[in-house]
Design a protein around this ligand. Structure first.
Ligand SMILES: Cc1ncc(COP(=O)(O)O)c(C=O)c1O
Length: 398
């Protein structure tokens, strides 16, 4: 083997010649860009990110601290500490009344990481993944990084109500299709899949061998129900199904980077291998915080939902008489995904909002190619902050 001299090495670095070509064609992430743009504006207020303003409750942090004091600071199983895997299994029984044995549950460093494991397990370059849109941009980009193609199938919208056209999903499937990606409840629309739609997708998967990857990160964020329907409630254990979940949203733990994946029993070894060569497992003491969250977190979820319902009412009140903003309040998640009449270029609108009134919202185009006429606002913030944001929005959009 010939070694490169230093000049040659520098040249390669400068021209990025030794990176995978996908990184020179990766699509832009308008949401991340507008957040960066907003950071440069003094006094900017951002409702562009998907998180609340509440910190993680003490009982969760204390459990992690206690685990550290007890010396639970070593490597553990790549698929998660057995106690947390069992706790997640108990949680599914308690909340969803389903039996998911712990060997089907893999603890990950976030929902994002769980999705990456599912995609890594399934995708070869050139595969297609059907993505029901609007969808959180990072999931489309994760498919791109795997050198697969995300085929967007948009939900239908009428007067702010979103619905799924199952035939459009089935029609989009070809020999290249490896998986159908469903986020329910959806970021950004709050659309929630029905049990009948879940059953139809599972039936289709059984017939065709196409996998379902269900992102259920928001399934406790149903404002008027205990939880949204889960694929796991309708699937048998050998289904071609991965479900992704996370501690981030329900327990105010976005910065912890803790989540989990559920797969069929035969996935255990594969996911263990992927984890072994990736993170080698989620941080051990944090997993004890995860146990506390699941075991004692129900009151916290209810309190948060009460705040979000109040904020949703504030939004409705603000927009009720606004003749340019049309918003149908979602029944799940803490986002409002709305249109502004006469504004069909959301990136320009979002830049203007930053420039004119210092308000950072997420441009719709990041959530799907048909979404240029929308913007997303996260209302899981304090009441004064929400009121201030809405005042700013109304000053800019009259
Ligand atoms: C649909 C969806 N899945 C996953 C995530 C990320 O979750 P985590 O913080 O666990 O990576 C988000 C974050 O906004 C999301 O909207």
């Amino acid at each position: 083997m010939e070694f490169l001299d230093l000049d040659q090495q520098m040249d390669i670095k400068k021209n990025k010649l030794n990176y995978r070509p996908i990184f020179s064609t990766l699509s832009q992430n308008p949401g991340a860009e507008i957040i960066r743009y907003g950071r440069r504006k003094e006094g900017a207020l951002t409702l562009a990110q998907g998180q609340g303003s509440a910190p993680t409750p003490d009982f969760i942090s204390n459990a992690t601290h206690q685990a550290m004091l007890e010396g639970k600071t070593f490597y553990d199983s790549p698929n998660g500490v057995p106690e947390l895997r069992q706790e997640i299994s108990d949680y599914y029984k308690r909340i969803f009344n389903v039996d998911i044995p712990s060997n089907r549950i893999y603890v990950t460093t976030s929902g994002t990481n769980a999705m990456d494991y599912a995609l890594t397990a399934l995708l070869d370059p050139g595969d297609d993944v059907i993505a029901i849109t609007p969808i959180w941009k990072n999931l489309l980009s994760a498919v791109e990084v795997a050198e697969a193609n995300a085929i967007e199938v948009p939900l239908n919208e009428q007067d702010g109500q979103w619905s799924l056209d199952l035939d459009a999903v089935f029609d989009a499937v070809t020999d290249k299709t490896r998986a159908i990606l469903v986020v329910s409840p959806s970021n950004p629309t709050g659309w929630t899949i029905t049990p009948d739609e879940i059953k139809a997708l599972l039936e289709f998967s059984r017939k065709t061998g196409v996998w379902i990857i269900a992102d259920e990160v928001y399934n406790r964020l149903t404002l008027f129900e205990d939880h949204a329907p889960s694929f796991l409630e309708y699937a048998h254990d050998r289904e071609l199904l991965f479900t992704v979940n996370s501690f981030s949203k329900a327990y105010a733990m976005t910065g912890w980077r803790l989540g989990w994946l559920v797969g069929p029993p035969c996935a255990e070894e594969i996911i263990c291998d992927i984890a072994l060569y990736n993170t080698m497992g989620a941080p051990t003491p944090l997993q004890y915080g995860g146990i506390a969250a699941l075991r004692h977190g129900e009151d916290f979820i209810k309190e948060q939902k009460m705040d979000w319902i109040k904020n949703r009412a504030i939004l409705e009140e603000h927009f009720k008489n606004h003749n340019r903003i049309q918003m149908a309040p979602p029944e799940a998640t803490f986002y409002s995904f709305f249109r502004v009449d006469g504004e069909d270029k959301c990136i320009r609108l979002c830049r203007d909002l930053v420039d004119k009134v210092g308000l950072v919202l997420a441009p719709g185009i990041g959530f799907g190619k048909d979404c240029a006429g929308y913007v997303r606002l996260c209302y899981a913030v304090s009441e004064p902050r929400l009121n201030e944001a809405l005042d700013r929005l109304e000053r800019a959009v009259r």
